[in-house]
Design a protein around this ligand. Structure first.
Ligand code: PHE
Length: 343
């Protein structure tokens, strides 16, 4: 384009039209080069100024600068408009409508074990219990020895244990019972605590056995604590959980840390007359419990002449299975959303 001071207006119109017509940043860049850079229209005009009559030079300089500013501004605006348009396209295609409501967020739900844990905590808290926590990697001392299970005791064979070190001092706790001892060490009697938590056993997997499952331990230490209170507590708890009066049956059960010890059965939730789950007896095993052995109280630093205690331990996975008629324990750790989304 010839640099001609008589045609400043035309030059400006032509330049602005090119800017408006530019469809992308490449086209814009071309106009920029042609008008504003070295060897461009504005530069050519400025180079002409010395050749003008002296009284025309000032006017010529102003004209060239106005042309430059007009094109510069137009390019800047157009660049922003192009950028905005490309963002719109990126955000939602050509038909992006910013006023539409966002796509609904998928909401997860609490794991059934978390749900039942909270429920159990609430029920026991309403009966005056405190909720405690304990380590999942536990010392042999707490998991076994202090619970009246010395190193050579055959009861150790009931709980296939994941050992964590060569000296066999550390285990993945096989039960929540070690927290009984930890509670005795830290709390002043009388007290009532429950301890929900994960436990681990090195068992062969099948529909009723998992390497990881969940228990809730209960411990009540006081003066003249007795079996009647233990049974009453379990019955009140079961009535709340199942929302109906629940039959229980006590059988003698052996756990080294209680004496006497019991296994508690409840009526089979799957049938009235006998089925596979209850081996045709209409009773299913529900939890272990008993009066805390004096050796255990002593190991926890409690005067066994003055204080007595009961303890119970029950499976939380079992509880959900019985309440919701689930027949495979492996579902809980399986992470299958089709299962979990039902809760
Ligand atoms: N810890 C025992 C188990 O895992 C259950 C239990 C707890 C029994 C407390 C008696 C008292 O089998």
């Amino acid at each position: 384009m010839d640099a001609n001071f008589d045609q400043l207006d035309e030059l400006r119109e032509a330049g602005l039209a090119r800017v408006h017509a530019a469809a992308d940043s490449d086209a814009l860049r071309l106009v920029e080069r042609e008008f504003l850079e070295k060897g461009g229209v504005v530069a050519a005009l400025l180079a002409e100024i010395p050749k003008l009559a002296p009284e025309k030079r000032r006017e010529g300089g102003q004209g060239a600068n106005q042309l430059k500013t007009a094109i510069q501004n137009a390019i800047g605006e157009k660049r922003e408009a192009l950028l905005e348009a490309s963002l719109m396209v990126e955000a939602g295609g050509g038909s992006f409508d910013p006023t539409l409501p966002a796509a609904p967020m998928e909401r997860g739900s609490l794991h059934p074990i978390t749900q039942v844990t909270r429920e159990v905590e609430e029920i026991f808290q309403s009966m005056g219990y405190t909720v405690l926590d304990g380590p999942e990697v536990e010392l042999d001392f707490y998991n076994f020895q202090a619970l009246n299970i010395p190193a050579d005791h055959p009861a150790r064979e009931h709980q296939d244990t994941f050992w964590c070190d060569h000296e066999q001092n550390l285990v993945l706790r096989t039960q929540t019972s070690p927290v009984q001892i930890r509670a005795m060490e830290t709390l002043e009697p009388p007290f009532r605590v429950i301890v929900p938590g994960r436990v681990f056993r090195n068992e062969a997997l099948d529909a009723t056995h998992e390497h990881t499952f969940h228990q809730v331990e209960g411990l009540v230490v006081g003066e003249d604590i007795n079996v009647g209170q233990l049974i009453g507590t379990l019955k009140s708890f079961l009535t709340e959980v199942f929302q109906k009066e629940t039959d229980v049956r006590l059988r003698p059960g052996f756990f080294p840390f209680v004496e006497p010890g019991f296994e508690v059965d409840i009526r089979c939730p799957f049938c009235d007359t006998g089925c596979k789950v209850c081996s045709d007896t209409t009773w299913v095993e529900y939890c272990g419990c008993g009066m805390v052995h004096p050796n255990v109280l002593r190991a926890g630093g409690i005067d066994s002449e003055r204080w007595s205690a009961f303890a119970f331990g029950m499976g939380l996975d079992r509880l959900v299975m019985m309440r919701n008629k689930i027949d495979d324990l492996r579902q809980f750790m399986g992470g299958d959303l089709r299962f979990l989304e039902q809760f």
